[in-house]
Design a binder for this molecule. Structure first.
Ligand SMILES: Cc1ncc(COP(=O)(O)O)c(C=O)c1O
Length: 382
């Protein structure tokens, strides 16, 4: 069989300033790039395995998981292949087909799919209207009261801590309390927060917490974290009846090579960086204020933003696209000329972006580049 050359090169994308919110939190520090090289073979962490991934002591996955659990305020931590697999595992262990799970109206599609694959009914707590799309504890209380009045049993309450559309940071502690007052366990999806900002599952009334290594924890994917409190450990981490040492919901073992090696190497880095979250939020607010100096550009979602993921409505750039010979592609192309990528090609009506991890000078350069493009095509927007 003839096969084309698949050797890959991503140098250009790596060297540009990448504003895609999906990419910002997954950039590896140098020590993790080294780990990636050392552990790039498939089963590379399994040389000294005595039966189960989370018990391996060389490399020290066992103590890494204890440190991770402490970092997120959970009693136990396991690696999974992503936040979605963590949600699926919790639902699979806890709920029965036909049960109802209550989740926020801003929930990620993977929460829907995890529920669907488990045969669960989804009831959503609506967000507030445009432009805030806010999710609050009162909404959860009302929805749970209504379901209770209808005689509907709810087996799980799920909240997206930070949603992927607006970057709204919700009050997990208050919603966790509502869930517990109703006697229902609480699952917090921290894909956009764990590894970026401090998480305290115990203080926030969280029974199960999931995070995403490739999204927010400076790791090569696919990898995620599932945190579980003591009360639920026997259920979620129950052993197989056929292979006594193996944990059923983990299908025995999860991540077995580069993803877990990079996440381990990145743990000190992310423990350190979450303490500087305030600086990131300030940087993000500065970026929003600079962008909003361009006529008609407006940040959507809760204001001032409390996260690095920001969504802008950009009618100004959209009007230019109507007249520009390159149509909607001009914005992407103009940014690329300035070594900025991450805004989807052809998208001008609105876009999401993030300046997480960039220096103040880089943020200034990025904001200035948008302003420069706006000035260049000002006439076309009139
Ligand atoms: C809010 C949110 N939850 C979950 C996910 C999925 O994370 P993972 O790829 O780790 O399953 C995403 C990814 O975009 C997300 O934005």
């Amino acid at each position: 069989m003839k096969c084309q050359d698949y050797s890959l090169n991503r140098q250009t994308e790596r060297e540009n300033l990448n504003l895609n919110p999906l990419q910002r939190g997954g950039v590896l520090p140098p020590e993790s790039r080294q780990a990636l090289y050392e552990f790039s073979d498939g089963y590379s962490v399994c040389d000294y395995c005595a039966g189960r991934l989370d018990e391996i002591s060389k490399p020290s996955i066992n103590s890494f998981l204890e440190d991770m659990a402490r970092f997120i305020g959970a009693d136990y931590a396991r690696t999974v292949h992503g936040a979605r697999e963590g949600k699926f595992a919790v639902m699979h262990a806890l709920c029965r087909p036909g049960d109802t799970v209550v989740m926020d109206g801003n929930a990620h599609y993977t929460s829907h799919l995890a529920a669907e694959r488990n045969g669960l009914n989804i009831v959503e707590v609506p967000s507030s209207d445009d432009p805030e799309y806010r999710i609050n504890a009162e909404g959860y209380r009302e929805t749970l009261d209504e379901l209770n009045d209808m005689g509907e049993d709810v087996s799980l309450v799920l909240l997206t801590h930070v949603d992927g559309n607006y970057g709204n940071v919700t009050d997990a502690q208050a919603i966790g309390k509502v869930a517990h007052d109703a006697g229902i366990p609480f699952l917090l999806n921290c894909a956009y927060s764990m590894g970026r900002m401090p998480i305290d599952a115990k203080r926030w009334n969280v029974d199960f917490v999931v995070g995403s290594g490739h999204k927010s924890m400076a790791a090569s994917g696919p990898i995620g974290i599932l945190g579980v409190q003591e009360e639920w450990a026997d259920l979620i981490l129950k052993r197989s009846s056929l292979h006594q040492v193996k944990e059923l919901e983990m299908l025995g073992c999860t991540s077995r090579g580069a993803p877990i090696a990079t996440l381990m190497a990145s743990l000190p880095h992310i423990i350190h960086r979450v303490n500087k979250w305030d600086v990131e939020v300030e940087k993000s607010r500065y970026f929003v204020s600079e962008m909003e100096k361009i006529g008609g550009v407006r940040q959507i979602g809760v204001r001032p933003t409390e996260h690095d993921l920001v969504r802008f409505e950009t009618p100004f750039f959209h009007r230019i696209a109507d007249k520009h010979p390159r149509k909607g592609f001009y914005l992407y192309e103009e940014l690329k000329k300035r070594n900025i990528v991450g805004i989807k090609r052809g998208q001008t009506q609105w876009f999401k972006c993030s300046v997480y991890g960039y220096s103040q000078e880089q943020v200034h350069y990025i904001a200035n580049s948008f302003a420069e493009i706006a000035t260049k095509y000002k006439e076309m927007a009139d």
